[in-house]
Every structure is written in structure tokens, then in C-alpha cells.
Design a protein around this ligand. Structure first.
Ligand SMILES: Nc1nc2c(c(=O)[nH]1)N[C@H]1C(S)=C(S)[C@@H](COP(=O)(O)OP(=O)(O)OC[C@H]3O[C@@H](n4cnc5c(=O)[nH]c(N)nc54)[C@H](O)[C@@H]3O)O[C@H]1N2
Ligand SMILES: Nc1nc2c(c(=O)[nH]1)N[C@H]1C(S)=C(S)[C@@H](COP(=O)(O)OP(=O)(O)OC[C@H]3O[C@@H](n4cnc5c(=O)[nH]c(N)nc54)[C@H](O)[C@@H]3O)O[C@H]1N2
Ligand SMILES: [Mo]
Length: 768
């Protein structure tokens, strides 16, 4: 009889069993809305694309870094690989100090509390003396630093009004960037029940209105009957300012709330009415900027003022140049409406971005691998990684500080794919050629693995046991091994344990425990801290699943603040919401002034429809996979055409280019070019094309395109949101699209790299 084992992923719970035809995956029966992404899971065991043994890059063995990204890989034994990596780590830390090791290692890795790649790599590097880390994320790069100044907390996930409250009370959802169902498939750490779509349907059934403000119609589900407004991408700030202008101009604003709960309304109002720059941020002004009729803006403002309104602000809004502004202007708009803290009113940042936004958060810590202490103080804002590698010693600004990039000699990555997630990938390739050594743990031959000098084959969740749960989820699950490790793959923990052994710190790293010992230890420790479920580890493991109690939540922050701002002040300098921030103003940043401001991003300085790059590219998160994970899986590949990523465009833009669905195109920007395949769709605003992230970067035919597969980060600009947050700006770029009529070069991204002959450093002894 086939044994199905319970497993978890960032996109849901499932059971799986190995069968002769591959892996059989069954969604969890308690999940009301399982994610289509589950169909990608069998690709986890695709033997061709798995890194099966440790590898070393030939050029690195021969002493070079120039060929990184375009080289052969030699399979080597575990003992050799561990020896080489430990030797390099030791050489670099003793010669240059531990700050010369970059271990930020940003990325989502896989679900699972113990085999959490970030925790493992950080714990290991701390044990050997520390590393230069990264701060912030690609998700909320602009948001978190800004929110700290404006509302005094940087957690839009758990501070959001809970979904059931919205489903019951909100009368008008005004959704900037939408609430895309595709994104709520996912939650970092896992999601046992997909409920966002159900909450939205309940709100609609009760009669709630939806206004979708987005370049893509499918950013809200069709059954919500949303009114779709599609401003020019990147102009939401102007629209929000005009909405605030109308509300104030007509006297529909909440004077009292602005006086008692906010600071800086006077400065903000003066700016809106043109006192500062002579430009009134009127609906007529906004119409010119965003392409939305002035009358529509006035009507929308009126509807917002007369109904219980939730202003939802997607994370994508802030993943663009000056991304601080739409978030701040959106919060200001909610303040002008004055409904913050009322049930179903106010603002939310990121509803639907993940299943966890607006879900109840567990009131205690989860089982967590301790990471130890990093004695190195050095850090960078995460999206400045290429700048750091290219410009050691150079100065830059970040959130009021003047900082200097460290000089990195060794890059260590486990559980992330920078050659998916970073902007301007050709520039990142240059940057990755700077350090002496790059070490990567990967289950797959991703572009990042192909830019490494030493590649360690990592297992996937299917090959190990773990504890699964997320802060915003209610299930603690046993993730049970489905199949033995593929080839010679090992877990990140085992790899680090071997390295620690070589460096003489094995006991410090493992504390004498193996996988099973750690799972039992983490569970038992958690059980003592959390509300004790009464089951010991063995009993839990046999049962397989605990429903965790949701206790009184902290989503009442704004309710309490509304009720009594003196007793429940926000953690801002004023204790109130800051429409003008003296701190931000004191930094003197022209790219992030002291109040929400319309700043014209470079993308908009080219007239829409004209110039070399007449179209806006929306590079959003993909519907068919999580980032670049399992890009070779069934859901992901079924959307590709001729093996290339689909780029969606409006019929009017297709007609003038003579394009039909299925045609191959070259998309070019000032940064680079990609090949992709056209899909014509009326769900895309005219003048906009959409190419989601995650197609594995394929630079194998540079004469044809920077990436012949369709990774939009070959096109995006590597520039921070502003000097305040230095966040990622990958969401928007200007491009041209032209039919591709040359010979189509074969895709190499979904093939393993060229394997060199078994050479000097190579002996295929059994795993040690
Ligand atoms: N243009 C543009 N770019 C973007 C975005 C955008 O909107 N536009 N979005 C950004 C955002 S929000 C994010 S969060 C990033 C995401 O960027 P990443 O988080 O880097 O993307 P993933 O594809 O999830 O990369 C995770 C990698 O870890 C590997 N992995 C999985 N499990 C394990 C494991 O157990 N051990 C090891 N060693 N490896 C494992 C996977 O195979 C995969 O290669 O992308 C960003 N990039
Ligand atoms: N299926 C799936 N789900 C995911 C992920 C994934 O890779 N796949 N990634 C997860 C991660 S790490 C994160 S951070 C979140 C990301 O959450 P978001 O950043 O919110 O997600 P995106 O899909 O990048 O963008 C949402 C929508 O914003 C719209 N948009 C883009 N530019 C503009 C603009 O200028 N104005 C307006 N009004 N709208 C605009 C686009 O149409 C886009 O579909 O998603 C998470 N969920
Ligand atoms: Mo993200």
C-alpha cells in the first residue's frame, strides 16, 4: 500500500507519496480553497534539474572569478567540498575579518521551522564569528521604515483589521493595487486554510462595493463586480492626493480626527492646496497625471466619505521608485476620511498579498531554531546588494544615517535566488564576479547556483522531517519525510554541521542534536512556553497536527488609539499618525520629504506612448508559482508558450505591433532585453504590459537577449525607492515590445549546466 505523508509548503498543506509515475500530491481535505500551485510540487523531485552531488566551478578551482555565471561545474565528493568551503571561510575571516562574509542570504526557502534555510545559515555564520547581514525585505522595503515614522509600527500584517471584521462591516473597499487572489495562495511558513476569497465573497454577498485601482483587472476576483479604474502605473500618489483634496475642499473630511489623532494636517493641507509649490492637487491636476477623469475622482471621494470605507494599499505600490509616497498618501487619505479604528474602516497594507495579512496572529512564539548572536554590526538594506559588491567603501544614505558599504570577499547564500529576485541581473552578474568566493546551497540548478563557486546539493522538504506552522496560521503540523534524499543531497543543517565540524565548532552548532533531536527539542521548548497542548513530541508526531488556539489579538491597535489616543498613543514621536514627520523632514531627502508628496518617477518622465520605451511593464508576483520556485513545475510551465514566459498586453497595443497571442517577442528596456510570448488580454490597461517574475534567468544567448526565457529582472532598474528606505523598485519599468523573428535559441535555464570531466579535485567517494 502506498503511504501518503503529510507535508507543508508556503502555499498550503498536502499529502504526498512516491509512485512509479512520480509524486502524487493530494491537497489537505480541510482546506476550503487549495492552491493551484500544489501542482508544481512533483517537480521538486525532477532528477535532471536537481543538484545531486556537491559541485565546484572549474574557473574558481583554476583561480578565476571572471567566468562566474558562464562556466563548467565539476562534481566533487562531500569531503572535498566541505574541505574547500571550510578553507575559504577560514581564510576570509582570518585575513579580512568576519564582516568580509556576506551572509544576508535573502529568500523564502521552504516552509518548515527547523530546516529554515535563513535560520540555519545565520546560526552557522554566527557560530564561526558572524557576517555582514541584510535588513528589510523585497516585499516591504519602502513600507517598514516609513511606517515606523508615520504610524509607529512596521507590521502591516498583524496590525491589519481582521478579515471577519471587513467581511461584516466594510461598505466600500477601495483597493489600490487590488487584492489579487493569486497572491493569497501563499503565506510565509504555510497556510492550512485558504480563506481570503471566502471573506471577500461574504462581503460582496452583504452588498459591499469594490473599486479596483490597478493596471490589471484581475487584481480583484470577477465575482466581486468591482468598478475598475486603471490609472497610469506609478501615479497612485497623485490620485490619492486629489481624493484628499476633494474631501477637504468639499468639507467631507473629519476635522476632529485630524486634530485629535494626527499631526501635520496643516502642512499637508497647504501642500494639497498649492501653497508650497503653486500646484493645487485638484482632480483636474490628477486627471492629467493619472488619466482618470476629474469627475470620476470627485464621485469616488464622495462615495468614500458616505460609506464605511477600507482603503487597501497593495505592497506592490511601494515596490517602485518613490514607493514611500503612495503608502503615506494612502494613509493620509484614510486619516482625512477619519474612519481609522472604526470596524471595517481605515486603511490596510497588503490585504491578499499573503494569506496571513488580516489573519489572526498567534499570541506566542513558534518553535524556532536559535540563531545565536552576530558579533558583526555591519549591514546593508537588502536591495543594495549589487551596489555593495560593486562599490566597497562607497557612502550611501539609509533612514537618516550616512553609511558605507563593506568590502565583501565571500558571499554565502542558502534558501534564496538573487538571480531571480534582484533588479538588473546583468549588473548583478558583474557584482557577483567581485568577491573571491561564492557558496550556495540549492536543491536545483537555479541561476544563483550557476553563479556559485561551490554548490552544495540541498534536500527539499519532501526529503526531511520538520515542524510546519506560520505566525498567522492556526495549525502546527508534522511535516513527514516522503522520500529519501535525492542523490547525495543533504539538509542545510547537515551541510552546516559538517562545515562546523571541519572548523572545530560542531558542538556549538549542533548542540549534540540531529534532526530528530532538534525537532523534539524545539517542540518541547515551545510547548513549555506556549499554551501547553498536553501532548509530548511523540504524541504530537503521531497525531500529526495541532489546532492552535487564537487568543485575543493585537489587531485592536487602531481601535484603542481611536478611543483614547492619550491612553493608547502610537509609537511615533508625537504619539499620533504623522501626516508631517519632523524626523523624516530633518533628514533633508529630496526623494522623501516630510509629508506625502507627488514626486515624478523616472519611469514617468518619458511621455506614455512615446519614445523608445512607450509601454509600462508591470513585473508583479506570479500566479503560477511562488517567485522562481518550481518554475519547471506543471502549473508554471503550462502557462508558458514555446517555453517562454507569457507577456500580457492590450489588443490596441498588440494591433499596432502586428502581434497575436502566441507570438514571440523581444521586450527591451534601457537596462536589458528578454524574449517572451504574447498573450492578448483586455484585462490589461492599454499602454501596459505585464510580465510576472520568476522565469529562471537564462543569459545563454547574450547576442539575442539578456534573458531568453522572460525574467523581467533583466529589464528592471537597480535603484532604491529613496534615501529613506532604499527598498526594491522592481515592480515598474518602461519597455518596448517587438515581434521576434530570428531563430529562437533553445532554453538552457531548465537544463543542468555543463558538467566538466571528473578532474583533479574530484573523486566520487561515498558521502561522508
Ligand atoms: N521585478 C520584481 N522583482 C521582484 C519582485 C517584484 O515584484 N518585481 N518581488 C520581490 C519579492 S516581494 C520577493 S519576496 C523576492 C523573492 O525572491 P526569493 O525569495 O529569493 O525567491 P525564491 O524563488 O522563493 O527563492 C528561494 C530559493 O530557495 C530554494 N530553496 C527552497 N527550499 C530550500 C531549502 O530548504 N534549502 C535551500 N538551501 N534552498 C531552498 C529554492 O529552490 C529557490 O531557489 O523577489 C523580489 N523580486
Ligand atoms: N502566487 C503567488 N503569490 C505570492 C507570491 C508569488 O510569488 N506567487 N509572492 C508573495 C510575496 S513574497 C509577496 S511580497 C506578495 C506580493 O504582494 P504584491 O506586491 O501586492 O503583489 P504583486 O503581484 O507584485 O502586485 C499586486 C498588483 O499590483 C498591481 N500594480 C502594479 N503596479 C501598480 C501601480 O503602480 N498602481 C496600482 N494601483 N497597482 C499596481 C499589479 O497589477 C499587481 O498585480 O505576494 C505573495 N504572494
Ligand atoms: Mo516578497
Amino acid at each position: 500500500m502506498t503511504m501518503y505523508q503529510q507535508q507543508s509548503s508556503h502555499w498550503g498543506l498536502f499529502s504526498a507519496a512516491r509512485k512509479p509515475g512520480g509524486l502524487d500530491v493530494i491537497p489537505d481535505p480541510d482546506d476550503p480553497n487549495p492552491a493551484p500551485l500544489l501542482r508544481n510540487v512533483p517537480a521538486a523531485l525532477d532528477e535532471r534539474l536537481r543538484v545531486r552531488t556537491p559541485h565546484v566551478r572549474r574557473g574558481w578551482l583554476e583561480g578565476g572569478s571572471a567566468e562566474r555565471g558562464d562556466d563548467e561545474y565539476l562534481p566533487i565528493s562531500w569531503s572535498e567540498a566541505i574541505g574547500l568551503a571550510a578553507g575559504e571561510l577560514d581564510r576570509v575571516r582570518t585575513t579580512y575579518g568576519n564582516e568580509a562574509i556576506y551572509g544576508g542570504s535573502y529568500g523564502w526557502g521552504s516552509a518548515g521551522r527547523f530546516h529554515h534555510a535563513q535560520s540555519q545559515v545565520h546560526r552557522f555564520l554566527n557560530v564561526i564569528g558572524g557576517y555582514t547581514r541584510s535588513v528589510q525585505t523585497y516585499s516591504l522595503g519602502a513600507a517598514r521604515p516609513l511606517l515606523r515614522h508615520v504610524v509607529g509600527n512596521d507590521d502591516p500584517i498583524s496590525k491589519a483589521t481582521a478579515w471577519p471584521v471587513l467581511a461584516e462591516h466594510t461598505e466600500h473597499f477601495v483597493c489600490f493595487g487590488g487584492i489579487p487572489e493569486k497572491n493569497s495562495q501563499v503565506n510565509s511558513g504555510g497556510v492550512s486554510r485558504h480563506e481570503v476569497a471566502g471573506h471577500l465573497r461574504r462581503a460582496r454577498a452583504r452588498g459591499a462595493w469594490f473599486t479596483l485601482i490597478s493596471p490589471l483587472r484581475d487584481d480583484l476576483a470577477p465575482e466581486l463586480d468591482a468598478r475598475w479604474l486603471a490609472p497610469v502605473p506609478g501615479t497612485d500618489t497623485a490620485l490619492m492626493l486629489a481624493l484628499s483634496y476633494v474631501l477637504i475642499d468639499r468639507g467631507w473630511h473629519d476635522e476632529e480626527f485630524l486634530r485629535t489623532h494626527c499631526v501635520g494636517f496643516d502642512q499637508f493641507r497647504r501642500y494639497l492646496f498649492g501653497a508650497a509649490d503653486g500646484i493645487a492637487k485638484s482632480p483636474q491636476w490628477a486627471e492629467q497625471v493619472c488619466g482618470i477623469d476629474a469627475a470620476v475622482i470627485v464621485g469616488l471621494a464622495e462615495s468614500m466619505a458616505t460609506r464605511r470605507t477600507m482603503v487597501t494599499l497593495s505592497w506592490s505600490l511601494q515596490r517602485a521608485r518613490y514607493g514611500e509616497q503612495p503608502l503615506w498618501a494612502g494613509i493620509a487619505l484614510a486619516c482625512v476620511l477619519g474612519q481609522i479604528g472604526l470596524p471595517g474602516g481605515g486603511f490596510g497594507h497588503g490585504y491578499g498579498a499573503t494569506a496571513g495579512v488580516g489573519a489572526r496572529r498567534l499570541p506566542y512564539r513558534l518553535p524556532t531554531l536559535p540563531q545565536g548572536v552576530n558579533p558583526v554590526r555591519e549591514f546593508i538594506p537588502v536591495a543594495r546588494v549589487a551596489d555593495m559588491l560593486l562599490h566597497p567603501g562607497e557612502e550611501y544614505d539609509y533612514d537618516g544615517e550616512r553609511r558605507r558599504y563593506p568590502d565583501i570577499r565571500l558571499v554565502y547564500w542558502a534558501g534564496g535566488n538573487p538571480f531571480h529576485h534582484h533588479q538588473d541581473l546583468a549588473r548583478l552578474t558583474e557584482a557577483f564576479r567581485r568577491p573571491d568566493t561564492v557558496i550556495v546551497h540549492e536543491p536545483f540548478w537555479t541561476a544563483t547556483a550557476r553563479h556559485a563557486d561551490i554548490v552544495f546539493p540541498a534536500t527539499t522538504t519532501l526529503e526531511r522531517n520538520d515542524l510546519g506552522c506560520a505566525k498567522e496560521d492556526r495549525a502546527l503540523v508534522a511535516m513527514r519525510q516522503v522520500t529519501p534524499p535525492l542523490g547525495q543531497a543533504r539538509s542545510d543543517f547537515e551541510i552546516f554541521a559538517a562545515l562546523a565540524g571541519k572548523l572545530g565548532v560542531e558542538q556549538e552548532f549542533t548542540e549534540g542534536r540531529d534532526e530528530w533531536g532538534w525537532l523534539a527539542h524545539l517542540y518541547e521548548q515551545w510547548r513549555r512556553e506556549a499554551s501547553d497542548p498536553g501532548l509530548d513530541f511523540q504524541q504530537f508526531w503521531e497525531l500529526g497536527r495541532l489546532e492552535l488556539p487564537a487568543e485575543p489579538d493585537d489587531q485592536v491597535l487602531y481601535e484603542q488609539f481611536r478611543a483614547d489616543p492619550a491612553a493608547h498613543p502610537l509609537a511615533t514621536p508625537s504619539g499620533r499618525i504623522e501626516l508631517f514627520s519632523e524626523r523624516i523632514d530633518s533628514f533633508g531627502y529630496a526623494d522623501c520629504p516630510g509629508h506625502p508628496t507627488w514626486l515624478v518617477p523616472e519611469e514617468l518622465q518619458i511621455q506614455p506612448g512615446s519614445g523608445d520605451f512607450p509601454l509600462f511593464l508591470v513585473a508583479n508576483n506570479p500566479a503560477t508559482r511562488l517567485h522562481s520556485q518550481l518554475d519547471h513545475g506543471a502549473t508554471s510551465t503550462s502557462a508558458k508558450i514555446h517555453g517562454r514566459e507569457p507577456v500580457r498586453m492590450h489588443p490596441t497595443d498588440a494591433v499596432v505591433r502586428g502581434l497575436s497571442t502566441g507570438d514571440l517577442v523581444r521586450v527591451t528596456s534601457a537596462t536589458g532585453s528578454v524574449l517572451a510570448a504574447v498573450v492578448i488580454s483586455c484585462s490589461v490597461r492599454p499602454g501596459v504590459v505585464q510580465l510576472s517574475t520568476g522565469a529562471w534567468y537564462d543569459p545563454s544567448a547574450p547576442g539575442v537577449a539578456t534573458c531568453i526565457h522572460g525574467n523581467p529582472n533583466a529589464l528592471t532598474r537597480d535603484v532604491g525607492t529613496s534615501r529613506l528606505a532604499q527598498g526594491c523598485t522592481g515592480q515598474l519599468t518602461r519597455v518596448q515590445v517587438r515581434r521576434f523573428i530570428e531563430t529562437l535559441p533553445p532554453l538552457k535555464a531548465h537544463e543542468p549546466p555543463t558538467e566538466g570531466p571528473t578532474g583533479t579535485a574530484v573523486s566520487t567517494d561515498s558521502p561522508t
